[in-house]
Design a binder for this molecule. Structure first.
Ligand SMILES: [Zn+2]
Ligand SMILES: [Zn+2]
Length: 229
C-alpha cells in the first residue's frame, strides 16, 4: 500500500519554525495536500507530539512520532517510533543532555508548547536546537533500545548532515535509510534506502503527494518496519 508521506515537519516548538506551525495547522495543511502520514520532528523534543497525534486522529491521518536529534557531532538524526511514549522517552533522554543554554526568542524564535485545543500553553525556556551531549553512536543505540529507528537527516544538505560532518556514513551503525530533501540521494549513500521529506518550517513548505512509503498496511508499525529494512 502506497502512503503519501512527509516525515520531517517542524512544529512551533522548534525555534526556527513559524509560530503558526501548530499541530492543528500542520495537520490541516497536510490534509489539504493529500498526505496520508506525517511526522512532526522537533529539535530534541517530543513536547508537541501528543497534541499532534490528537489532531491527526481527528483528521484520519497517521502521525508517526518523531524527534530530530542533534548529536555531539552536530549531526541531525531523525528518530522514528511507533508510540508516543517511546518518543517521549527519547525526548527526556535528550533534554537531560542538552546544555543549559536559555532560548532567546528574539535571536532564535519562540518555542511554544501547544495543547490539544491547538492553543499555546507554555514556552520552553531551554534552547532546543543545541547539540545534545551524546554521540551519534549512543543516540542510534538508545533509539533502537526504545524500539525506534534512526535515519540521518537531510544528507543532501551542507549543514548538520552526517556526510558533511563525518564525511561518510559509518557502516558500524548499520543504518538502512537516509533522508533527503531533493529527488535523488547524493554520492556516499549507495545501498541505502531513502525518505524524501520537506524539513518544513512553514506551512507552505509541507510536501505535496510526491513521496510514498510502500507499507504492508496503513499503520505505524508497518511504516517503522519499512524504514528499518
Ligand atoms: Zn536538521
Ligand atoms: Zn529539521
Amino acid at each position: 500500500m502506497k502512503l503519501a508521506a512527509d516525515l520531517h515537519i517542524h512544529s512551533c516548538l522548534s525555534p526556527c519554525a513559524d509560530d503558526n506551525m501548530t499541530p492543528g495547522n500542520i495537520v490541516a495543511m497536510a490534509a489539504l495536500k493529500g498526505l496520508d502520514v506525517i511526522a512532526i520532528a522537533d529539535h530534541n523534543s517530543a513536547g508537541n507530539l501528543r497534541s499532534a497525534a490528537a489532531a491527526a486522529a481527528d483528521a484520519g491521518m497517521l502521525l508517526l512520532p518523531a524527534i530530530e536529534a542533534n548529536t555531539r557531532e552536530e549531526t541531525h538524526v531523525l528518530c522514528y517510533f511507533e508510540t508516543l511514549s517511546q518518543a517521549e522517552q527519547l525526548g527526556e533522554w535528550l533534554y537531560e543532555r542538552l546544555p543549559p543554554v536559555p532560548n532567546s526568542s528574539t535571536l532564535f524564535g519562540n518555542q511554544f508548547y501547544i495543547d490539544i485545543d491547538d492553543g499555546i500553553v507554555a514556552s520552553e525556556p531551554r534552547l532546543l536546537i543545541s547539540a545534545a551531549d551524546c554521540s551519534l553512536e549512543e543516540l542510534v543505540a538508545f533509539t533502537r533500545r526504545l524500539g525506534g529507528v534512526a535515519v540521518p537527516a537531510h544528507v543532501d544538505k551542507p549543514a548538520n548532515s552526517i556526510l558533511t560532518n563525518l564525511g561518510f556514513i559509518p557502516p558500524d551503525l548499520q543504518l538502512k535509510t537516509v533522508e533527503i530533501r531533493g529527488e535523488q540521494p547524493p554520492a556516499g549513500c549507495e545501498g541505502y534506502a531513502f525518505l524524501r521529506s520537506s524539513d518544513a518550517h512553514t506551512l507552505g513548505d509541507i510536501l505535496e503527494r510526491v513521496f510514498f512509503i510502500d507499507a504492508q498496511q496503513r499503520g505505524l508499525s508497518a511504516i517503522i518496519r519499512e524504514i528499518s529494512q
